[in-house]
Design a protein around this ligand. Structure first.
Ligand code: SF4
Ligand code: SF4
Length: 122
């Protein structure tokens, strides 16, 4: 790419989306092939990427939570059991195989073979 993806032309100046201010293209390599050597880019881009990754993860978590909220428990008639009778989450009416969530406790189950609702009761 021959120009920095964070550069936005504004008349003779450039608006740097990373620094969130106007910068001079004479001082920074915004429209050259070595824009990735820019000190602002080097300093800010990793932080920006981390922030974006966190936002993506937070969005995925919200989607998982919403999906779990909208799911209804599986029916006992289909071979699934109440939590008291189920040995694992796989057998339980409240477990979602799709999201890996317990719909009763509203938490993510790390090990369905060791149900969180039964831990600490032995
Ligand atoms: S100042 Fe640096 S980071 Fe900002 S737009 Fe220009 S090259 Fe990109
Ligand atoms: S943790 Fe939730 S899904 Fe697993 S057995 Fe207990 S109630 Fe059922």
């Amino acid at each position: 790419m021959a120009e920095c993806p964070y550069a936005e032309r504004r008349g003779l100046a450039v608006f740097c989306k990373l620094a969130n201010k106007k910068v001079s293209p004479l001082r920074y390599p915004c429209f050259s092939t070595h824009w990735d050597k820019c000190p602002i880019y080097r300093e800010m881009a990793p932080k920006m990427q981390q922030k974006e990754e966190k936002e993506v993860e937070a969005k995925a978590e919200r989607t998982r939570a919403t999906t779990a909220k909208n799911e209804v428990p599986r029916s006992i008639g289909k071979g699934f059991k109440k939590p008291e009778e189920a040995k694992t989450c796989h057998e339980c009416i409240f477990y979602s195989e799709l999201t890996g969530m317990c719909l009763k406790l509203k938490i993510r189950v790390d090990d369905p073979n060791n149900p969180p609702c039964k831990r600490g009761s032995t």
